[in-house]
Design a protein around this ligand. Sequence first.
Ligand SMILES: [Mg+2]
Length: 277
Amino acid sequence: MTPTIRTAVFDIDGTLALMNKEAGIFTALPGAVDALAACRAAGIKVVAYTNGTFFPPAHYYPLLADAGIVIDAGHVLTPAAVAAQALARMGYRRIMVMGGDGTRVPVRDAGIEVVEPTPDAGPVDAVLLGYTRDFGATALEAVVQAVWDGAPPFAGSVAPYFASSKGRMLGISGAIAAALENATDTKVTVFGKPETAGLQIVTDLTGARPSDMAVIGDDPTLEIRMGRKAGAFCVGVTTGIADRDAFNGVPEDMRAHVVLDDLTGLAAQPWFPKLPE
Ligand SMILES: [Mg+2]
């Protein structure tokens, strides 16, 4: 059976490009630029969805464009942007944010009031955790108090650590989420991969249902798992953190449908929609 593909959801790091964290520049991975051109030629909409929460979405467009990867406005998603849009849709209007600009900017852009985690913050509708290095006991006490007062807690990502050019880097929002859960006995709801909330935002953006999407990524436990849970066609690439053994080492119903060495020749794949004659 050939899948119908109307939208392609690409991961960024390890899939479309690699970032030199010191220099702050991206380099396109083999085949990435051609793959995006082929998608557009075939009428497939393109979304780039990273699991990083360091920067607001706007940060990515020029850096990716410098590497030849051009993404349409509004079509770069981060877990914080997904969280902000989902929370706005859920009717939250005043949210205590413990996070940096990568989290605060998308929340504000979604029309939600950002409340600082301070002792005199007053009532809030929810708490949202994101990446920050700039916090202390007072802020931690404020988010705990908000949850004790009934605000539900959310996070973009609760990954224990991230891969960086310097090795493992602590996932701060995951650490804060663990502290918050310890203090409040309340589970933090996560929006990032492998949760499927991001694909609902993709549907809003492109009109395609998950069953009409291809999800392409380098992490079998993040992109591929998200795509399989939502019913998308899933393509693994071995240009990032996982090799073929890692892709095949997950339960069969959560496995990528196809694993490629890189994005070279994506359009020549048998499942890729053919151009009209
Ligand atoms: Mg990746």
